[in-house]
Design a protein around this ligand. Structure first.
Ligand code: ADP
Length: 493
């Protein structure tokens, strides 16, 4: 039989080894026992940035950071003793100064007499693994230090991780919870939620801010807000779910407190409305009979000039009182949602003229009325009269120095607009949008103009019940324009 020969021998074998070294993805370097670099492969050039001609002949400290120079003594000692060093994790420095995490394997090189004459080292860049490990460590720290309970589970609901906050929140230690079914913390009547959550997770969906209740080891119910997301493996297959649970007990308690407060305020407000409704009713009757008696007295006073004057003044005051009571009646009806409307067709111009007639004795505030075309509307005549009366009487009341009151009525196919302009005290810009709220008064100190702050609130409600709008433009010290738009045919009919 022919003896088999090695396939590669002598120079061929050396060439093969050289090729392997050259094409290796790991940096392969050899050095003498004194640390002088004797070979430097292509991967070493790529990793450290020095090419072969720059590195060969240099001392190996070329790539050792200063604070790690002592490692070289240890390595060389081991090599001298003929020992190999495996998986030596360290840091080396590239030409650019960048530090590289490496895993080194160093072996002695012996001459043909078996004497150690140098070392070969294979260096593998482990920066990506190190970075990944650091990242994982960082994430683990975040999870562990989170105030929210973070739990992961398989698709079958078995708990696979349980952070410190979960232990605090639910009272089970990590060891007690791991491997148990998540129903451990789900109240019996809420078990169906788990099917829903797992169903979503299996579809690859997340569940966000799901507010629910879980039960702790001691039986306490804990209101939580849950966010659950799928966990994918490297093939993007869903293998489980991670859930973050935030304890919302405080928020729920605050909400309950607010609800209770709201309930109390509502009760008080209802009582106030009831009180106003009751007192206005009680006030109306005596005021009506007072007026009746005063009118009788007016007839009886006959020629007595002074008596007639006193009765006239008393009637005026009783009328004012009756108006205030009427406002209160309307206010309480509005609060109770009982302000009825009776729609009819009428010409708003005629209505305004009728209203103004009642003021004709007033010489300090001359009226100017501008109208055009037909101004027929379908609306509650008495309520619109109340609106005009209120705006005109305000225009007079808030122009203590007098001045013209100009009323303009314009109409188009859909609506009519009424503007009431005065030359009075005006209203600060900052409060103009509050004028139409209940009991709001914007009278500046120095003006003692009586009122309750209900007129504009009632006016706005009436206009809005007709589907219209109301607004104001005003310049302090110059005067105001209140205007409302009324649809020809109210949409609320
Ligand atoms: P009251 O006149 O009883 O105070 P209103 O609801 O009618 O109540 O008016 C609310 C506030 O709006 C008034 O207190 C006043 O400050 C302001 N205001 C209303 N009309 C005028 C106006 N024409 N000019 C200036 N201020 C006005």
């Amino acid at each position: 039989m022919k003896k088999s020969m090695p396939l590669w021998v002598g120079e061929e074998r050396q060439a093969l080894l050289a090729a392997i070294v050259d094409y290796s993805e790991d940096a392969i370097i050899s050095k003498t026992l004194e640390g002088k670099i004797t070979s430097w492969n292509h991967a070493a050039s790529v990793l450290f940035g020095y090419d072969e001609s720059e590195a060969v002949g240099q001392h190996i400290s070329l790539i050792i950071p200063e604070d790690r120079l002592h490692e070289e003594d240890f390595i060389i000692n081991e090599i001298r003793l003929g020992r190999r060093i495996q998986h030596f994790q360290t840091i080396r420095k590239a030409k650019s100064g960048r530090e590289i995490s490496l895993s080194l394997a160093i072996s002695p090189i012996k001459n043909n007499k078996g004497v150690v004459i140098g070392a070969s080292k294979i260096a593998r860049d482990i920066s990506p693994q190190k970075e990944a490990a650091e990242k994982q460590g960082m994430l683990a720290a975040i999870v562990n230090n989170s105030d929210d309970a973070i739990v992961s589970k398989t698709l079958d609901g078995l708990i696979t991780s349980w952070n410190k906050a979960a232990a605090r929140m639910f009272g089970y230690t990590e060891a007690e919870a791991m491997g148990r079914h998540i129903s451990l913390i789900i109240p019996h009547e809420r078990l169906a939620e788990e099917d829903y959550i797992i169903g979503e997770i299996k579809k690859g969906h997340s569940v966000s801010h799901f507010e629910t209740i879980r039960v702790a080891k001691n039986g306490d119910f804990i209101p939580i807000s849950l966010t659950v997301s799928p966990i994918l493996d490297e093939n993007k297959t869903i293998i489980g779910a991670s859930k973050i649970a935030r304890d919302i007990s405080e928020r729920v308690a605050a909400h309950k407190e607010l609800e209770e407060l709201y309930r109390q305020v509502k009760t008080l407000s209802d009582k106030k409305d009831e009180f106003i409704a009751m007192t206005t009713h009680e006030l109306k009757t005596p005021v009506t009979s007072l007026k009746g008696f005063l009118q009788l007295l007016q007839i009886r006073t006959g020629e007595n000039e002074q008596g007639r004057l006193f009765v006239e003044r008393s009637i005026k005051q009783v009328d004012k009182l009756a108006m205030l009571i009427n406002d209160l009646v309307d206010f309480s009806k509005l609060q109770a949602g009982k302000l009825g409307m009776h729609f009819e067709s009428f010409d708003i111009k005629v209505l305004v003229e009728d209203c103004l007639e009642l003021y004709t004795t007033n010489n300090t505030h001359p009226f100017r009325l501008n109208t055009s075309g037909s101004l027929e509307v379908q609306a509650d005549r008495l309520r619109i009269e109340q609106v005009i009366d209120n705006l005109v009487s305000n225009a007079i009341k808030y122009s203590p120095q007098g001045g013209t009151i100009e009323i303009t009525i314009e109409g188009n196919a859909d609506a009519v607009e009424v503007k009431i302009k005065d030359e009075g005290i005006g209203i600060d810009n900052a409060v103009q949008d509050k004028l139409f709220s209940q009991f709001f008064r914007a009278v500046k100190p120095g003006y003692s103009i009586p009122g309750l702050g209900m007129g504009l609130y009632i006016t706005k409600e009436i206009i809005e019940r007709h589907g219209g709008t109301i607004g104001v433009e005003s310049v302090p010290g110059k005067g105001s324009v209140f205007s409302f738009v009324l649809p020809r045919k109210s949409c609320n009919q």
